[in-house]
Design a protein around this ligand. Structure first.
Ligand code: G6P
Ligand code: MG
Length: 216
């Protein structure tokens, strides 16, 4: 039986994925590199440093480590500008209700995000109290699809991987959850998130019975 739910943040709880994409597009444009929504699927879920490498590789451009750090800092500055006005109203529909229900029913919960901005966003969204553990980009060493982020999350809340379900919108995140030996419910299209156990379009579709049906 499922005992814990582990949530990705961007694109699952809040629509910040679009701000990441806009900032990456703007940064890529300064290097004369064009990135589209399809390419962006590869950027979802992976760390800031890995995103820079993927974009530079896509454009066939080489940069030094120092230049890459400057690019990452610029992107983050634009991203922080975009999220400066984020408030609880920006939560995806159904998120607050589902987190409240899980808490009432005694499910364990953790956040597993590659973002270094995760604690800031949880605070802005006023949902920090729903997570017993927050594993984010400041803590993890290996980016998704490595399972580290979810395995650490499960360990922090004391639940074995097979009793955990991960909610993910990124291909790399779904791969990480499955590699961790966990169930994965994809948020988005089953054609893109092919390795998820099943997909829903948002957490507003989630019912407790769906968790109870998952066999462990
Ligand atoms: C998440 C998002 C990615 C983002 C990454 C790093 O995984 O899905 O789009 O690039 O976090 O975020 P950060 O806020 O640390 O730059
Ligand atoms: Mg995501």
């Amino acid at each position: 039986m499922i005992k814990a739910c582990i949530f990705d943040m961007d694109g699952v709880l809040v629509s910040t994925e679009k701000y990441h994409f806009e900032a990456w597009q703007r940064l890529a444009a300064t290097l004369d590199i064009v990135i589209d929504e399809k390419f962006n699927e590869n950027l979802k879920g992976v760390s800031r440093a890995v995103c820079i490498d993927l974009i530079l590789k896509h454009g066939g451009i080489h940069k030094t480590e120092e230049e890459k750090q400057q690019l990452a800092a610029q992107k983050n500055e634009w991203f922080l500008e975009s999220i400066s006005h984020i408030s609880p109203q920006d939560l995806f529909s159904g998120v607050y209700e589902f987190l409240t229900l899980l808490q009432e029913k005694g499910y364990k919960t953790a956040l597993g995000s590659a973002s270094k901005n995760a604690p800031l966003l949880l605070e802005k969204l006023q949902i920090t109290q729903f997570f017993e553990a927050v594993i984010d980009g400041n803590i993890i060493e290996k980016a998704k699809p490595n399972p580290e982020v979810f395995l650490r999350g499960a360990a922090a809340i004391g639940v074995e991987p097979q009793y955990c379900v991960v909610f993910e919108d990124a291909i790399s995140g779904v791969q990480a959850a499955r590699a961790a030996g966990m169930y994965c419910i994809g948020i988005g299209s089953a054609e893109i998130l092919t390795q998820a156990n099943f997909c829903i379009s948002s957490l507003s579709e989630m019912k407790l019975e769906m968790l109870e049906k998952l066999k462990t």
